[in-house]
Ligand binder design. Structure first.
Ligand code: FBP
Length: 553
């Protein structure tokens, strides 16, 4: 098979483990800390997790390994969207498992959680796994979005584990997948299956973080990849001086990705969905905010700029989410057929006009026609609007153009406005992991095996002190129930890991807020360039600005 020189070279890279995991396996001992409590709703969570609640947090340290000598047969699952470094979690897990006992076995369930339910798997060996070391992607076993959440599914999972003699399952996923890992762990414990469950924190969105998880893996590489591209576009914009670039970046709901890219590249505009919601901004106010920057820059002779739009922003605009709710109701059940039977957009528009409230119609009416049509024509299997498909970068540039046209008529704006649109998401999810993600992920996997070997169940593999060199990282585990609270989901109260949105009083946002007025008018772009894998530490081993600011660096 033909592989690129970088790929060949990365296969040889030796990921760095935390200092405390660098001794031989026989010299890794465990230190138990205090018993834990869930972050909120303690009584309710305790009642739902009688077997796994309140366990102790732990760290590993140098010492005599006292874990039971038993053969381990482990199953691993990749869950949800791709994130750079996933392969290294599997490699770290495999290496620790084989270093402990050569007869240990690692199963990889294919295509996500459904692989476990369908008993679709491969068994790893050196030859297979060595092709994937330090590479991006999840193609080692594939991923999927099936949720493991019902008792029936858990019973099937228990049967599959029994059939293969599986002693532990490692679930690599985001907040939902790790929530489900905790519920599965409780089920396995309650039914005395003897199977342990360990979670690993993954998502490029960066919204699986809390006092125990400093960052989810993949965020570092994905944001560095987008920042490289945004920096390149900024330089092009500043060279050609004729386009305004509207760049949507992934992040299903939280704006961590957009904010990190803004900290790295200092664009003229970056919307932060959490702020939009807190200030209850309307679409028109957001468009005015961007148009102000366009106008001021035009007045200084700069008819170009860069605006970053977080993928999930429209859902945070109160009037827009109210509109979506009404559209979903309008087309519920039989009414969808009536709507679909109308042949022209004009007839459909009249149907919409008659069906929406005055307030919702006022919002609908200001949207560009392509977006109006997207809201009605591209719907999910339940008939709901697919908000993630809305091209918000085009929505805002069209609304800004309308604002500028008005301002032109009033004589306040005399510039030229030529927008271009981009969406960066898939470009970053499977990039070669940065050194940080390669090291972090390998450590998460290696550490997950140590948790298994020491008999822990319902724990998250935890590596912390991440803003320091890997030697100083701290390896250990945290009961997943500690991160849970009760939330209303689909009309029911459910125990879940809280999704971490951007904190408006947090240091990364505050830094951005202190500088953005200047960036909006001046050309203060910074150009991060491509991820570097070789060279001085400050070029190739630094993690994100978000983490650095959070740690006060
Ligand atoms: P996870 O939360 O599963 O890590 O996925 C996040 C994400 O990459 C989002 O940023 C994006 O909105 C979504 O996945 C895209 O999903 P899909 O791969 O199904 O198109």
């Amino acid at each position: 098979m033909l592989i690129s020189p970088l790929q060949r070279d990365r296969l040889q890279y030796k990921p760095k483990l935390p200092g405390m995991l660098r001794h031989g396996i026989s010299e890794i001992s465990v230190k138990e800390g205090a018993e834990t409590q869930s972050v909120a709703d303690q009584e309710k969570i305790k009642a739902l997790f009688p077997n796994t609640y309140g366990k102790k947090e732990i760290v590993f340290e140098k010492g005599q390994n006292t874990s039971a000598a038993k053969k381990q047969v482990v199953g691993v699952i990749l869950s949800g969207g791709q994130a750079p470094g996933g392969h290294n979690v599997v490699c770290g897990l495999y290496d620790a498992l084989k270093a402990t006992y050569k007869e240990n076995v690692l199963y990889g369930f294919k295509g996500g959680p459904s692989g476990l339910l369908e008993d679709d798997y491969l068994i790893f060996d050196d030859e297979y796994i060595d092709q994937f070391r330090n590479t991006g992607g999840f193609d080692i076993i594939g991923s999927g979005r099936t949720k493991l959440e019902t008792e029936e599914q858990f019973a099937v999972a228990a049967e599959v584990c029994k059939k293969h003699g599986i002693t532990a399952i490692v679930i690599i996923g985001g907040d939902d997948s790790n929530t489900n890992a905790a519920v599965l762990a409780e089920f396995f414990a309650a039914h005395d299956t003897g199977v342990q469950v360990i979670g690993c924190p993954k998502t490029i969105d960066g919204d699986l973080k809390n006092e125990d998880i400093e960052c989810s893996f993949g965020f570092d590489t994905a944001t560095k990849t987008y920042s490289e591209l945004i920096g390149n576009i900024e330089r092009d914009a500043n060279s050609a001086k004729k386009y305004w670039h509207f760049i949507k970046v992934m992040g299903r709901s939280a704006s961590h990705v957009a904010l990190e890219c803004a900290l790295e590249t200092q664009p003229n505009i970056c919307l932060v969905s959490e702020e939009v919601a807190a200030k209850k901004m309307s679409l028109s106010q957001i468009a005015d905010y961007i148009a102000d920057s366009v106008e001021k820059r035009a007045a200084a002779g700069m008819n170009f700029g860069v605006a970053i739009i977080p993928e999930g922003v429209v859902e945070f605009v109160p009037e827009f989410s109210a509109l979506i709710k009404e559209i979903n109701e309008l087309l519920a059940g039989a009414k969808a057929e009536e709507f679909n039977a109308l042949s022209s957009w004009k007839d459909k528009y009249t149907f919409i006009e008659n069906g929406l409230s005055k307030e919702a119609m006022a919002v609908f009416a200001i949207l560009p026609e392509t977006i109006q049509q997207q809201l009605f024509l591209e719907r999910d299997p339940h008939g709901n609007v697919q908000v993630s498909l809305i091209e918000s970068e085009k929505l805002f540039s069209a609304m800004v153009k309308a604002k500028l046209d008005e301002r032109k008529k009033n004589g306040t704006y005399k510039g030229k406005f030529s927008p271009l649109h981009h969406f960066f998401g898939y470009e970053g999810r499977c990039a070669f992991p940065s050194n940080f993600d390669a090291d972090y992920c390998y450590s998460l996997g290696y550490n997950a095996f140590m948790l298994i070997q020491y008999g822990y169940n319902g724990y998250l593999s935890k590596i912390s002190n991440l803003s320091k060199p890997a030697e100083e990282w701290v390896a250990g585990g945290m009961p997943i129930t500690k991160m849970m609270n009760m939330e209303r989901r689909h009309g029911e109260d459910k125990p879940v890991i809280r999704k971490a949105l951007v904190e408006l009083d947090g240091k990364p946002f505050r830094y951005f807020a202190e500088h953005r007025d200047q960036w909006a008018v001046e050309t203060a772009y910074t150009y991060p360039g491509a991820i570097q894998y070789y060279g001085p530490d400050e070029v190739c081993n630094l993690t994100t600005r978000t983490l650095a600011l959070e740690k006060g660096l």
